[in-house]
Design a protein around this ligand. Structure first.
Ligand SMILES: [Fe+2]
Length: 351
């Protein structure tokens, strides 16, 4: 299995994971006329799919949570957003139950370095982002040995972190270009709006609510709404801030292409004036810089697909070479553990 951009789908590829749109499966695993859906997928804003082909045979891409749990979570957060529009009380029980399911999936996953990038469509970005921020925040909290109740508090706050965005004029949220300063100031209000809503109607525990209010605060005081500095920011909000930035930067948006995981990790590690160093450091140990199934370019010009990970050494996975620098196709692709070949370096990912 491997990940390919939708525009690079070729006739010999079959679908390796279902494609969802608005919580419904629109294409199921194994369909072999995937090529004929290429345009439709692109039109729906689905820019990547997992496929099977000869080159990627036997490569396993593990998920940190089950597909069903991810879809269920998306549906629930979507419903929660629409409850707010209808001025209904947030159903804490449902939120709590889904966070419990996410935690159970994460605790059961035996993945040491994970593929943490979720494929999102433009239309349902906010819901998919909310779920991924919850997953990443729970994962970070787990890596810091938080107990179950703490994971629950972090998860609830993280999945609701941007809930106030539904109370901001939607044309600003959907805008496809950079916001003006005035518009950005309106969008910034989402933290207060979400916090106030949950205080009045949500019956959410105060620490989870604090995540909603403080996830844009930064250690150096450059964040909002209060411009708090390091010690004044709750640790849960610092965790969610890192998860939020990681997921936003590694996602395609209408106005910019996604950053690679390596660029994003470098960004977080080099901005420790804003993000808490020990939390970032704990997190990046869990992240596969080049997840299984990623197409990479080596410093000698070879193209390869990442086959598996070496724990603790995210720069040096095991790879399967699929094309030499001459463009010559390979009949029996060799697999190389980059731990054994120090002169070979991954220069870049292809997408
Ligand atoms: Fe936010």
């Amino acid at each position: 299995m491997r990940l390919v951009p939708t525009k690079m789908i070729t006739p010999e590829m079959t679908l390796a994971k279902p494609v969802y749109y608005n919580e419904n499966i629109i294409l199921n695993t194994g369909i072999n006329n995937l090529y004929s859906f290429k345009k439709r997928l692109a039109d729906l804003g689905i820019n990547y799919v997992y496929i099977n082909d000869e080159k990627s045979e036997g490569i396993i891409v593990n998920d940190i949570i089950r597909d069903e749990t991810r879809q269920k979570s998306r549906g629930i957060i979507k419903e929660t957003f629409s409850d707010i529009v209808l001025n209904k009380e947030t159903n804490l029980k449902v939120i709590k139950n889904i966070i419990t399911e996410l935690i159970d999936d994460i605790l059961n996953a035996e993945i040491i370095m994970s593929n943490l990038v979720d494929i999102k469509s433009y239309d349902s970005y906010t819901f998919e982002h909310s779920v991924n921020v919850a997953v990443l925040s729970i994962l970070i909290a787990k890596s810091m040995d938080y107990n179950y109740n703490q994971l629950l508090q972090v998860g609830i706050g993280a999945i609701l972190h941007d809930i106030g965005k539904i109370l901001v004029p939607q044309d600003l949220i959907q805008k496809s270009c950079q916001l003006t300063e005035e518009e950005f100031n309106i969008v910034k209000e989402h933290v207060h709006l979400g916090y106030d809503y949950l205080t009045d109607r949500g019956k959410i525990n105060p620490i989870s609510r604090l995540i909603v209010l403080s996830h844009h605060e930064r250690n150096d005081g450059s964040g909002y709404p209060q411009g708090l500095t390091a010690d004044a920011i709750h640790r849960y909000a610092k965790i969610t801030a890192i998860a939020d930035v990681f997921d936003a930067l590694t996602s395609d948006r209408i106005y910019r292409q996604r950053w690679s995981i390596r660029e994003t990790v470098t960004y977080l590690l080099s901005n420790t004036d804003q993000f808490e160093y020990d939390i970032v450091n704990n997190f990046v140990k869990k992240v596969a810089l080049y997840p299984n199934g990623t197409l990479v370019l080596l410093n000698n010009g070879w193209k390869a697909i990442v086959r598996s990970q070496n724990y603790g050494l995210p720069e040096r996975p095991v790879i399967r070479v699929v094309e030499y620098e001459t463009g010559q196709k390979i009949v029996n692709p060799p697999e190389i553990n980059l731990l054994d070949e120090p002169e070979l370096i991954i220069d870049n990912t292809y997408f």
